[in-house]
Write a protein that binds this ligand. Sequence first.
Ligand code: SF4
Length: 360
Amino acid sequence: MGADTRVDVAIQGIRLAGPTDAPVARRAGAGPSDDGHLLLDGVGAAVPLNPRSPYTVRGGRLLLDGADTGMGVEAVARPRFYDLTTADGVPYEQIARLHSSHVLATTVVQTCVRYAESERCRFCAIEESLRQGSTVAVKQPAQLAEVALAAHELDGVTQVVMTTGTSNGRDRGATHLARCVRAVREVLPDLPIQVQCEPPGDLATIQELYDAGARSIGIHVESLDDEVRRRWMPGKGSVPMSEYHAAWAEAVRVFGWNQVSTYLLVGLGEDPDELVRGAVELVEMGVYPFVVPFRPLAGTLATDVDGATAPDPAAVYRVTTQVAAALRAHSMLGSDQAAGCAACGACSALGSCSGEEVAS
Ligand code: SF4
C-alpha cells in the first residue's frame, strides 16, 4: 500500500455510499472515532467517515476523485457477538466493540473526572457515546468476561484493549481496570490484553495491572509539548511530564521493552521536529510512540467550539515516516506488542510508513 495514500486516507477519510459499506463503525467515545473499520489491501484501517472525502469505493477498489488508486477495500463484517445480550438485557455491543477485524475494545468507565468544559481534553468525546445511549457507564468485570468469550469464540478476536476514563481516586481508574483484566483472563487465559490509563499516582499500580494479567500498557500523553498540553488538555495537561516519564520507565521495567506505548497526536500546533525528537527519546527508552493524525470529531470542543480542522497530510506524512525510521532502527515493531493500538495499527499510518504492515 502506498504510504502517502494511507496517510491521506487517514486524514481525509472515505465517502461511503451507505452504512452497509462499513458495518463496523464507531460514533464518539474514547480515542479516535467517527470511523469505519475496513481492510485496505487486506490491512486493518480505522478510517474517518467523511461525506466530503475525495476517496470513494467501487467494486472493492479505492477511488480518488473517481480514479482507481490500485488499492483494494473490504468492509470488516459485523461481528456475530453484536447480536447477543447479557442475561440482564444489556446488548453486548454496548459493553465492548470490535475494532479493525480482530480487536475487542472497551472503555471500562465511560465517564471522566476531567469532563467539565474547563478541564476536558478538547479532542475527546468519551461521554458522547454514553449520552447517545450507545454504551453503559461502567462495565462490570463479569460482563466483560462474558462478551470477550463470545467475541473470541464467534468472531475470532485475538486481543483485547481496555481503556478507562479517569476517576477521582489516586489510582486514576487503574484498580477497576485490573479487576476487568482479571475477569477476562479467568475465562480466556491466553488472550492478550492491553490496558490504557493515565500515569497512576502510585506507581505500584502498574505492577498490579501486570499481575492481573495485562501484557501491554498504553500511557497516553497525546503531546510532549507543555504549551500544547495546557491549551488542548487543561485537566490532563496539569499532570507533570515528570509523572509520565516515571510511569513509562516503571511500565517498561514491569511489562518489558516495547510492551509500553503512548499516543502522540500530530496536528495540535506542535513543532514537528520537537515531536520527532521526543518520539525518538521514547523509542530509546522502550516506549512505542503511536503517531496518529488529530481527527476533528463531532461532539468535541475542538470541532464544535474551536472549529479545528484536520492537519496537512504532507506534514503528517513527514512526521510519520521519521518516527517509523526510528522504530525500524531500533527493531521496534508494533506487531511485537502483545496487544493494543500499536499491535493493531488501524488508527495510524506508521505500519505503511515502516513497511511493517501485516494483512489481517
Ligand atoms: S489502533 Fe487502537 S483505537 Fe484504533 S482501531 Fe486499533 S485498537 Fe482501536
